[in-house]
Design a protein around this ligand. Structure first.
Ligand code: ADP
Ligand code: MG
Length: 871
């Protein structure tokens, strides 16, 4: 083992039989790390070993492969494997678990080995590796000209969706599913793929093959029943490859797959990645920040199914006013009856993850404890139904009625689990005694035999003490020798002839008798058979649930919807949201609207509500105001209110009229978006260009300081041209927040542009932010005020006022002498006789036309820092 690993090229062509077996299995699992079971270890060889050593910090050793050849090797103990697996999967790897599938003691020659399962980011089934509040989608795509077929499957819940999206919308669609892993045809690339991708041969994406597969898998006569149309062919192709891949990963079968559901174009509002990020819908812009997302602000769900559904709804708002109104009806009824809602929520609160638990049961993986959770959750269902029945005005919301119809109380399953399982089943089947006495006569008999045998053995102690006269004689048990009679050394003389010696200890000897052996065999035999029988019975329960999994899934889905509606109603009532009027019109009107997240971060009375109106006559709002006035907040507030309305939620406003939008774009100028670490002007411009290509008259475009990533003149020029295009050609509703007050002149040439500004009041050199929107443009930028507020030294502020005055008077600043400031020496700005401070020279040379406001601020900050250090 001390020899260094031989390079692969130097390996002899003849492998040992073990390595032959390894290579044969490995060749069938490309792009996958193979955990090769050898006794108490999973071993990895060659490149896998090197990779695992690097990723997991394992020691790389080597194994003799016949002759002098050595193969790199790394291993993990089976007992600790779960943690290593979790880490590899978290890093995006795929790992195949290859087990010994026969008893090594019985094997003739090499033990047979087989891959029993493959784990990957999209194929995790271990409950504690998953976030309970989000789906884990495995997504396959099949590009087909201008469109892409897409199939998404959550193996943990069985949810399965198909759709065809325009190629340009693919990144948005992948983001909507938050794909954990992507399957795509060899040779294809995707701009924003998740970390983990698997490539498959092109033929696997063949729609005709997929058609047969789907018909067989779901026992259908044809795919018509699913609503599949000819144009869905690419989605079928994707589904075929996806199913094949999923079965490869889980050879044990996927009995819990739900029938695929078709998502149609026009069903959902496409949201691109930047919009999702800038509006902080489900993830914070700053990783790790908490309480800042829309999801966090409105999530009052009580079940994991509800939490997952709400997240999905936020990422996929609706566009059909009728569909939106139906959801709003449900929320309205639940908002109106606070007591009914509370009772419903109380019942929902006890329901666990019915969906994932049922899937785990169907796949034969649920532990006794999980089966117990399933039982307890099912027991609540009649109460959920009763609470729903008691909601006043329930009949006014068709969707609530529908949910009540779909909600199957599953009493047959609950009863069966009830009869079978003890009240608190153990975490693992191996702990035994999961099954209630009286459920299975065979198990009861075996248990009687075991208990009778144990009792008999226990009584043996008394009888043997009497027979031998050894008062200290004991009956005991250990795993190696089984039951024994123990006699201390001093009493050995009294041991009868029928005792057989088994074990010698320092102070005592251990014996068995034929009678003891006979009862021991009975007890141990019964125990083995009890374990087998319990396992059979548990399997039977899992099968029963597996057979009914579609019913459980339908019920789980109905619960999820109820949970979301009740949660939204709760927010609506407590946070004073209003039901929006949602229609097909153009008008977007928000009266007294608030930002759903920002208002929660501050005491209620401090957040200033604002009115916003976008209509045919005023399609474009140019929103000006100094930094910190509240422009970005208002912009996002409008986006979030529209989005909330379109998922079917009430909105934080006094009144809202929302003409549904077909697209929602939110862009933030580069320097406001430093968090992305990619603040190039190029990115900003290509994002803007995507809007100009994708927006229609029915879209809503929110632009925040676009053009900021370049110099002032360029920035204003680009902003100007973009606004003209949105106004003249696209006609979409637009809000453009900018601190370039030059843009307010746009109203002079564009009929449907309106100027608004976020008001500030000036009191001498002070400014007060009113956070109130009013008509008209901001007349000045107040940048120097903000600089002062931010703590710039007084001389710098004073000089800035001077420079501003020079610039406004049309003078060139560079080369002009810097007038000495009266109090400068006190501040230590000037170094005695040594002439002006170098910072002033720098300031004098700064070409204000060539820097962005952000750069200016950054520079000011650096100067301030330097001044502090000089002191
Ligand atoms: P801008 O984009 O104009 O620089 P922001 O929208 O970033 O300004 O707002 C700056 C700060 O002002 C926010 O962090 C928020 O705390 C506060 N603010 C914004 N709008 C309001 C409002 N309507 N009511 C109260 N405070 C607000
Ligand atoms: Mg801003």
């Amino acid at each position: 083992m001390s020899q260094p690993a031989a390079p692969l090229s130097a390996l002899p062509s003849v492998d040992t039989p073990l390595m032959q077996q390894y290579r044969e299995i490995k060749s069938r699992h490309p792009q996958t790390i193979l955990f090769f079971r050898m006794g108490d270890f999973y071993e990895m060889f060659e490149d896998d070993a090197k990779l695992a050593a690097r990723e997991l910090g394992l020691t790389l050793t080597s194994r003799n492969n016949g002759g002098a050849a050595e193969v790199p090797l790394a291993g993990v103990p089976v007992k600790a494997a779960a943690e290593y697996l979790r880490r590899l999967i978290a890093k995006g790897h795929r790992v195949a678990i290859c087990e010994q599938v026969e008893d090594p003691r019985l094997a003739k020659g090499l033990v047979r080995r087989e891959v029993v399962e493959t784990l990957s980011p999209g194929a995790i089934l271990a409950d504690d590796w998953l976030e309970r509040n989000r789906n884990n989608f495995l997504v396959a795509i099949a590009p087909n000209g201008d469109s892409v077929g897409l199939a998404a499957l959550d193996l943990t819940t069985g949810e399965f969706a198909l759709e065809v999206v325009p190629a340009a919308d693919l990144p948005g669609a992948l983001a909507r599913y938050e794909a954990a892993e992507l399957v795509l045809p060899a040779g294809t690339t995707v701009p924003t793929a998740p970390a983990s991708t698997a490539t498959r041969e092109a033929w696997e994406f063949d729609p005709a093959l997929a058609r047969e597969d789907l018909v067989r898998t779901f026992g259908l006569a044809s795919l018509d029943g699913l609503g599949v149309e000819p144009a869905d062919a690419p989605a079928l192709g994707a589904a075929g490859a996806l199913l094949r891949y999923a079965r490869e990963l889980k050879p044990g079968g996927l009995p819990h797959l739900a029938r695929p559901h078709l998502v149609r174009r026009g069903d959902v509002l496409p949201l691109d990645e930047m919009t999702r990020r800038n509006l902080e819908l489900v993830e914070p812009l700053r990783p790790g920040a908490s309480g800042v997302t829309l999801l966090e602000s409105i999530d009052r769900t009580l079940t994991p199914m509800g939490a997952r559904l709400l997240r999905r709804w936020i990422l996929a708002p609706l566009v059909d006013p009728a569909a939106i109104s139906e959801r709003l009806n449900a929320v309205e009824v639940l908002t109106g009856d606070a007591r009914g809602r509370d009772r419903l929520r109380e019942q929902l609160d006890g329901v666990r993850d019915l969906e994932r638990l049922a899937s785990r049961a169907a796949m034969g993986r649920a532990t006794p404890r999980e089966l117990g959770s399933l039982r307890d959750s099912m027991r609540r269902l009649p109460d959920v139904l009763a609470a729903l029945d008691a909601v006043t005005g329930r009949d006014r919301a068709g969707l609530l009625e529908h949910a009540a119809d779909e909600l199957d109380p599953l009493t047959d399953l609950a009863d069966e689990l009830e009869r079978a399982l003890i009240e608190r089943p153990p975490a693992q089947a191996s702990e035994g005694d999961s099954i209630r006495p009286g459920f299975d006569p065979e198990l009861d008999e075996l248990r009687d035999a075991r208990d009778g045998g144990k009792q008999y053995i226990a009584s043996l102690q008394t009888r043997e003490r009497e027979r031998t006269g050894i008062a200290s004689l004991k009956v005991g048990y250990n795993r190696v020798f089984g039951y024994y009679l123990e006699v201390t050394r001093s009493n050995l003389a009294q041991v009868p002839g029928d005792y057989e010696r088994r074990q010698t200890l320092t102070g005592a000897e251990r014996f068995v008798t034929p009678e003891l052996k006979q009862y021991e065999a009975k007890v141990l035999g019964a125990e083995d058979r009890i374990a087998v029988r319990e396992a059979e019975l548990l399997d039977g329960l899992r099968r029963r649930i597996g057979e009914a999994v579609a019913r459980v899934q339908r019920t789980a889905a109905a619960l999820a919807r109820l949970d979301v509606w009740a949660g939204l109603a709760d927010v609506a009532q407590r946070e004073r949201y209003v039901r929006p009027e949602v229609n097909d019109g153009y008008l977007l009107l928000l009266e007294g609207s608030r930002h759903p997240v920002v208002e929660r971060m501050m005491p209620r009375e401090v957040f200033i509500p604002n009115d916003v109106r976008l209509d045919d006559a005023g399609r474009v709002i140019v929103l000006t105001g100094p930094n910190m006035a509240g422009k970005s907040t208002l912009l996002r507030q409008v986006g979030l209110c529209v989005l909330l309305a379109q998922i079917g939620s009430f909105v934080p406003a006094r009144r809202a009229v929302i003409g549904v939008v077909d697209r929602l774009f939110t862009r933030v100028g580069a320097s406001d978006n430093l968090v992305r670490g990619q603040s190039t002007f190029m990115v900003e411009m290509s994002e803007t260009s995507a809007i100009l290509h994708g927006a229609t008259a029915r879209s809503l475009v929110l632009l925040d300081e676009i053009g900021r990533g370049t110099s002032t003149y360029d920035g204003v020029a680009i902003a100007w041209a973009v606004t003209e295009c949105l106004h003249n050609q696209l006609g979409c509703k637009t809000i453009f927040a900018t601190h370039y007050h030059e843009l307010t002149q746009l109203t002079e040439s564009l009929a449907n542009v309106r100027n608004w500004n976020v008001a500030v009041r000036e009191a001498g050199e002070e400014i007060v932010f009113l956070h109130r929107v009013e008509p008209g443009g901001a007349d000045r930028s107040y940048g120097i005020h903000v600089g002062r507020l931010a703590g710039l030294p007084a001389p710098v502020v004073a000089r800035a006022w001077q420079v501003l005055a020079l610039l406004e008077a049309g003078h060139h600043v560079a080369g002009r002498p810097v007038p000495p400031l009266p109090d400068a020496s006190q501040l230590g700005l000037f170094g005695g006789e040594a002439g002006p401070h170098p910072l002033l020279a720098e300031l004098a040379q700064l070409d204000l036309n060539a820097v962005t406001p952000m750069e200016a601020l950054t520079r000011l900050a650096a100067w301030q820092q330097q001044l502090k250090e000089d002191e």
